[in-house]
Design a protein around this ligand. Structure first.
Ligand code: NAP
Length: 197
């Protein structure tokens, strides 16, 4: 389960649980992105803060695990490198890379898109308002490796949560209470203005 998780919220957690059920997965390993190659905005939580929030968020589910592979790796966090590392750690396992459809629409610009599809099945989570039709425009070799998760993600967005925190609006019930308390205690997202990701 790859994502910047800035911050992780119930949409991600619900999607991971649905994907696990639908795909019959033994475990879901959350991989917070270390240094995202594709985005930069003011006020992004650090890799270690995003790792900590993800760790807090998954505590209640025995099937959920977390990996430091991207937060510990120097340089940009490329999904291909993460999958190669996972293949080395779990040589016998069938691998799935779970993420949001918006992210996958850009996969043609990532490092080694065709190698990625040879290493895993891409499990795509959709959300109301997402451009699912865009998947049809991906090259056939990539499209054949994509599996849509049937249940749409809850309509919760990390961008919206950051904006709400910066405006001092409540975020209770959008994300686990331990994550909300962490954001509060560490003063995350308090100084942002109208950013988007
Ligand atoms: P993003 O572009 O910030 O997210 C695109 C959309 O997908 C957002 O609406 C986001 O919702 C949603 N999303 C993100 N992760 C999700 C997840 N695990 N499940 C369901 N929805 C999710 O994407 P990102 O989070 O930075 O990156 C997604 C993954 O793609 C990461 O693993 C990243 O490393 C990988 N990636 C790799 C490369 C590369 O190798 N060159 C380039 C880009 C992305 P929220 O905003 O609510 O999270």
């Amino acid at each position: 389960m790859g994502g910047t998780f800035d911050p992780i919220h119930y949409g991600h957690l619900f999607a991971a649980a649905e994907a696990a059920d639908e795909l019959g997965l033994d475990n879901v390993i959350f991989v917070p992105t270390g240094t995202p190659p594709h985005k930069k905005y003011d006020g992004m939580a650090s890799a270690s803060e995003r790792y900590d929030m993800t760790l807090l968020a998954i505590a209640e589910n025995d099937r959920f695990e977390i990996s430091r592979t991207e937060t510990d790796r120097a340089g940009m966090s490329y999904t291909l490198d993460t999958l190669l590392s996972m293949r080395g750690l779990y040589p016998q396992s069938e691998l799935f890379f779970i993420t949001g459809v918006d992210a996958i629409l850009d996969i043609g610009k990532w490092k080694g898109p065709f190698e990625i599809t040879s290493l895993c099945t891409i499990a795509v989570v959709t959300r109301p308002g997402y451009d699912n039709d865009g998947l049809g425009r991906l090259p056939g070799e990539i499209r054949r490796s994509v599996r849509m998760i049937g249940t749409p993600m809850l309509d919760i967005s990390a961008t919206d949560i950051r904006r709400r925190v910066s405006l001092r609006h409540g975020v209770r019930y959008l994300l686990p209470e331990a994550v909300r308390a962490y954001i509060d205690k560490n003063g995350l997202y308090s100084k942002m203005d109208g950013e988007s990701s």
